[in-house]
Structures are given as structure tokens and as C-alpha cells.
Write a protein that binds this ligand. Sequence first.
Ligand code: ZN
Length: 171
Amino acid sequence: MTVRFCLACGSRLRRIREGGRVRRRCRRCGWTFYGNPLPAAVAVIERGGRVLMARRARPPYARTWDLPGGFIEAGEHPEASLRRELMEELGIRARGARLLGFATDRYGPRGVAVLAAVYRVTSWTGAVRPADDVSEARWFSRRALPYREIAFTGLRRLLRAWAGARRPTGR
Ligand SMILES: [Zn+2]
């Protein structure tokens, strides 16, 4: 992602190298754009060896399969964010969530860095009713997740590792 102007004073940023990374720093006030990842929380909702995935209704990545979830708001705990998103997107109330791991990805046309906390949810109340940013919610066998139709490589990697783990995680 490229930011051209300073968020503090509006002056043009220049490219600098710092600690082996290219960053952008303001010529006038010294403000630096670090491009830190945006945090997100997503859920592997699992029941009976199947995983509930959500098809994205809108850009970016419209029509690809994704885990339900979304971006964390300021001041919000990742788990609270997950519960809110699952309620908004699917209409379900998660009763427990266990952290599976993290996925790092790029998001959208500008390639914003994202760090997603991936939780496993096996217990919830309410019937799945997708909101309008989800065109379809579908259960996939854990052994046959639609990897080719998942837009995020980091997420794919985490799911493959999780789904392919020899030791069953049980319920
Ligand atoms: Zn500035």
C-alpha cells in the first residue's frame, strides 16, 4: 500500500530505507508511514467435520469463499470483535472461541496489510442467516475446503495446515 501524503501535515512523503524496509517519511514534520497491518478476527466454524464458509457478495474479492469475520474496531478485543461479526454476518451467537493461529495477508486493490486472528468456534446459538455482504453460507467438508476460491494466501496456508493436521482436534 502506498500513501503519498503526510497524515499529520499533508506534505509529500519521501521514500526512505530503515531497518531493511522501505518506508515513507514526511519531508516537513518527520511523520512516518509504517504500513502496520490492520487486525482482523475470523472464525473456523466447525460442526461434525464440516466448516461453514461465507461467499463474499461485494468487492474486494466478490464471489470468493472466506471465513466469516472482519476488521477489529479500536478498543475492541479480538474475541469480542469475532462475536460481533458473527452476529452481524450470520446471525449466530458464538458461545466459545479458541485461537487457532494467525494469518498475514494483503487486502484490497491497495494491498493493505492485514493480520487475522483465526479462531475455532464449535458452539453457538441461533440459525445461520447470512447478511447482505454474504451471498451464500455453505458447509464444506474439512477435507475438501475450496482453497482455489479463497482469495487470501495466508489464510489458505493456515487452513491447509489445520485441516491437514494428522491429529484430529475433536470437539
Ligand atoms: Zn508531515
